[in-house]
Design a protein. Structure first.
Lengths: 504, 418
């Protein structure tokens, strides 16, 4: 089935999310939609899927104009979507999930589970998926869950399949397998729209590439284009994809972690007997697929989580039992993983957010009173120094773009007197320009003699920044490898395998 | 890249779990109810008074009589409605602000001083409740805290032989401490066991009431000597708040304490490090904790300060409003009215001052409406309830039925405003 979008325009208030976008996807082709976060890719797909109504423009399937009032109609017309965050019910089996929404029924409305099972088997067999229809979804690995999503779409005879940032939750190996599946689907005649902002994936799998920037189609590119060319098209200017950095000159061990063990609220060990050290003047990256204990590790380091066993030492001082306040005051900077929930008070002004973790003493508080003059001066300087794009320091932090919000958090931590920086997902959901900036500041911090621990699920980020890399899997350290470790090595380790030559 | 600002933020973030979303939805609603803008408060008052007018007209027998022959002479009905409503509001004005039937200014202005007298404990109590709103807490225990403040403070007031000037100061301090202690129980339980402060403070209302009632009916404690009624002896002359404008008015020095409390609470909230942590915890407790703010400490301190202000309201009752000895009803419902006052004042000290004066006027004017026009004083209660309804209902209904906020720009559009 051929999909054609003509002149799709969608505005939210003053923001034009999609501005007269034209897009044609032929059957048997993988069409990549490449763009930064916020370029309007997801909006466009939500219009296609009937979740949003376009202000103008039309959707054509095989040259017939369609009017979708909701996802149900889009599905019926043959459009399927694999969402970034799976729309599956964890406690249902694969078959139950697949039939959800158009349950086949027998006499008197009893569910025909056998038919659903059969459908799952048939589709699995066709693509060599190896999915058990009776397995509970919650027991399946993430990569398999995604296949269930694909089966779900195919079971409704989807002829156009949209993959919305499908690789965000996958290990490199799972990503490669997904690419293979996409190629198979293409060869069987399905039209595929692949939304992503990861250049490597685009070049690997795309037949055609459309680049979107700020809601507009800015160009088409061929899959043979270089990363540099694609990035330039995507961002609108030359982008430096690598981080310039001198080799590290590590000094004394600053943070020493011994046998750290942390349990979650159900008593399950989420960080299990983890030991490592971070020296001053080096960046240690913590790699791993989301949910393998990295978040909890970072939180335990700054005192946000109870340490079950083990010891944390900062320059020889035991900080295992310290509260957050004293850890921060001892010279630890912390960039939390989720800036909306943990990093910022969105209703506070930028200035107030910049003093959030220094609200108890000099220089912003004297004798219990806020020093508004000092804060304003500091905020003006910091906004300037960290290039935070805002009309004023009195602007609410929540009104800034994601990248600028993140810069507020980074600025707050780096403008304090710190010895150790713990940065959890420092550039998640941030535009390319801000990523560049934040990475540079982190390297600068290292060169100034700080010890830095970067936790990230983006392998590119880990590789670009780290002098040494810790790979975590199910709460344990799989191994610690030098910063130059290959993608393949890291990928294997992220799946829990111990590659030859890596020291544990 | 000059257009970074337009990049909508959160595309790639992990979505909150359903449970978190659920909780976020209600927290958002509560935040809107307690901290929304001042315009909403004004609209709520106007709407409530409009509905109040309709009720006044509808319950007036003269209007009903004229409506009986509406189709022969409709003008009569409208005239009766006009007379009923205008009569009511004229009486209200005469009772709450200025009585132009009196010969001279000095006696004409007395209603305004009455309004301020009624407002005095409402200001203190409203500040107490508003303070907890700002820290993300809900103190429903105003009644118990006022009673404890009134009882313990009042005991010093009638029993301690202290000199003039010093005596009321000691009473105020002791009363505030008693209120702080009572609210602090809820604060400590919330901080260390997670017991919800709404439940605990409501329970403590009953405990406080029966405790004070028992003390008032027990000889040697608070009961007036030689009496069997659950009532205390009158306050000592040295303790009573002096009148502010001379003996012909009831307005007492407690009003000045309330005004001072407005300034102090404003300073604490907006200009102090403590208030900064209150507001941070109130708006985003997780971010506050991550930034090293001790949320347990904030919870306990905020509850104690709130209780102290409610204790102050209790003291103002015994040293200002009813100085002839108090009973267990000395709180006069102020602990609950304070919630409405704090809501209407949008939890901001100056807003609370204005709202408390408005409620003082409702009380003063309500009596005069009843006396002059025979209008049920319950109308005033209905109007007060309607104000809460208009303030609280829209966000609650949105949260209940998961409706989007029509006034808020869509998430994607938000960034553009920057």
């Amino acid at each position: 089935m051929k999909l054609e979008l003509r002149g799709i325009t969608k505005t939210f208030g003053a923001l034009v999310a999609n501005d007269h976008i034209d897009l044609t996807v032929e059957p048997g082709e993988i069409h990549c939609l490449l763009g930064e976060n916020g370029a309007g890719k997801s909006t466009l797909m939500n219009v296609l899927y009937g979740l949003l109504q376009a202000d103008s423009g039309e959707i054509l399937l095989d040259d017939v104009v369609q009017h979708f009032k909701g996802p149900g109609e889009a599905m019926k017309a043959g459009i399927g979507m694999v969402h970034q965050h799976f729309m599956l019910i964890p406690v249902f089996t694969v078959a139950e999930n697949v039939m959800l929404g158009h349950e086949p029924t027998k006499f008197a409305g009893s569910l025909d589970l056998a038919a659903a099972r059969e459908r799952v088997r048939e589709i699995s067999a066709r693509f060599g998926f190896d999915v058990d229809p009776d397995a509970l979804v919650e027991d399946l690995p993430v990569g398999v869950q995604q296949r269930v999503e694909i089966i779900k779409a195919l079971s409704r005879d989807a002829r156009v399949l949209v993959f919305d940032e499908p690789t965000a939750v996958l290990t490199p190996q799972e990503t490669d397998e997904l690419m293979e599946i996409m190629r198979q689907l293409r060869d069987s005649g399905t039209a595929i729209v692949f939304i992503t902002h990861k250049l490597r994936e685009v070049r690997e799998v795309a037949d055609r590439i459309t680049v979107i920037r700020l809601g507009k189609v800015v160009g088409e590119a061929s899959p043979t284009a270089s990363n540099q060319e694609l990035a330039t098209l995507m961002v609108g200017r030359d982008v430096d994809l690598t981080v310039d950095r001198e080799p590290a000159r590590p000094g004394e061990p600053r943070l020493v972690v011994e046998g750290l063990t942390v349990a979650d609220h159900t008593g399950q060990l989420v960080v299990n007997d983890v030991s490592f050290e971070v020296r001053s003047g080096e960046i240690v990256g913590v790699a791993g697929v989301q949910g393998n204990g990295q978040t909890e590790l970072a939180e335990a380091l700054v005192g946000l989580r109870h340490v079950l066993r083990g010891r944390l030492q900062l320059d020889g001082d035991d900080i295992t039992k310290d509260k957050v306040r004293s850890v921060l005051d001892a010279g630890v900077g912390y960039i939390p993983e989720d800036r909306s929930a943990d990093g910022l008070v969105k209703q506070f002004t930028i200035a107030e957010n910049l003093m959030l973790d220094r609200s108890h003493g000099a220089p912003f508080v004297r004798f219990g009173a806020l020093q508004r003059g000092a804060l304003a001066r500091f905020a003006e300087e910091t906004v300037e120094e960290f290039d935070i794009r805002t009309p004023s320091i009195a602007e609410q932090a929540g009104r800034l773009s994601g990248g600028n919000q993140q810069k507020v958090v980074v600025a707050r931590e780096l403008s304090r007197e710190i010895r150790l920086l713990v940065a959890s997902q420092p550039t998640r959901g941030v535009d390319v320009g801000s990523i560049e900036f934040i990475h540079k500041r982190i390297v600068d911090a290292r060169d100034a003699g700080l010890a830095v621990l970067v936790v990230s699920t983006e392998l590119e980020e880990i590789q670009a920044l780290s002098d040494r890399i810790i790979v975590m899997y199910r709460g344990r350290i799989v191994g610690i490898v030098p910063g130059g470790a290959s993608r393949e090595t890291l990928g294997l380790m992220m799946a829990g395998e111990q590659p030859a030559g890596a020291a544990a | 890249m000059s257009d970074v600002q337009q990049t909508p933020p959160t595309e790639e973030q992990t979505p909150p779990t359903a449970q978190e979303q659920q909780r976020g939805r209600w927290r958002q609603a509560i935040r809107e109810i307690t901290l929304g803008g001042p315009l909403i408060g004004l609209i709520a008052v106007v709407l409530a008074m409009l509905v109040g007018s309709i009720l006044i007209a509808a319950t007036d027998p003269k209007v009903a009589a004229a409506a009986g022959y509406f189709f022969s002479r409709p003008g009569d009905t409208f005239a009766a409605i006009w007379e009923s409503i205008s009569g009511a509001y004229t009486a209200f004005f005469r009772g709450a602000i200025y009585n132009f039937n009196r010969p001279d200014f000095a006696s004409g202005i007395k209603p305004l001083t009455e309004t301020l007298t009624f407002a005095t404990p409402l200001i203190a109590a409203g500040l107490g409740v508003g303070l907890t709103f700002r820290a993300g807490l809900f103190n429903i225990g105003g009644r118990g805290q006022m009673l404890l403040g009134a009882a313990i403070g009042g005991w010093i007031g009638f029993a301690a032989p202290l000199p003039i000037v010093l005596h009321p100061i000691v009473v105020v301090i002791v009363g505030m401490a008693a209120g702080a202690f009572w609210a602090g129980i809820a604060g400590v339980l919330k901080a260390y066991t997670g017991a919800h402060e709404v439940i605990v403070t409501i329970m403590l209302n009953y405990v406080g009431y029966y405790l004070v009632f028992w003390m008032l009916s027990t000889k040697g404690l608070l009961q007036a000597p030689g009496s069997n009624n659950p009532k205390s002896p009158p306050m000592a002359e040295t303790a009573v708040f002096p009148p502010l404008l001379g003996d012909q008015y009831n307005l007492h020095a407690g009003f000045l304490i309330s005004i001072a409390a407005v300034v102090v609470v404003w300073w604490i909230l907006e200009r102090s490090s403590l208030g900064f942590s209150f507001r941070a915890v109130g708006l985003n407790p997780r971010a506050a904790r991550t930034a090293g703010i001790d949320t347990k400490r904030v919870t306990i301190i905020a509850m104690c300060m709130s209780g102290a202000l409610l204790g102050l309201a209790g003291v103002q009752q015994v040293l200002g409003t009813v100085t002839t000895g108090f009973s267990a009803g000395i709180d006069a419902g102020i602990g609950f009215d304070a919630i409405t006052v704090a809501l209407l004042g949008r939890s901001r000290p100056w807003g609370i001052l204005a709202a408390a004066i408005l409620f003082g006027a409702f009380k003063a004017g309500g009596y005069s409406m009843q006396a002059a026009e025979g209008i049920q004083i319950d109308i005033v209660t209905v109007v007060q309830a309607l104000i809460v309804l208009f303030l609280a209902a829209p966000p609650l209904i949105r949260a209940m039925f998961r409706l989007p906020d029509p006034s808020a720009p869509r998430r994607k559009a938000k960034a553009v405003k920057a």
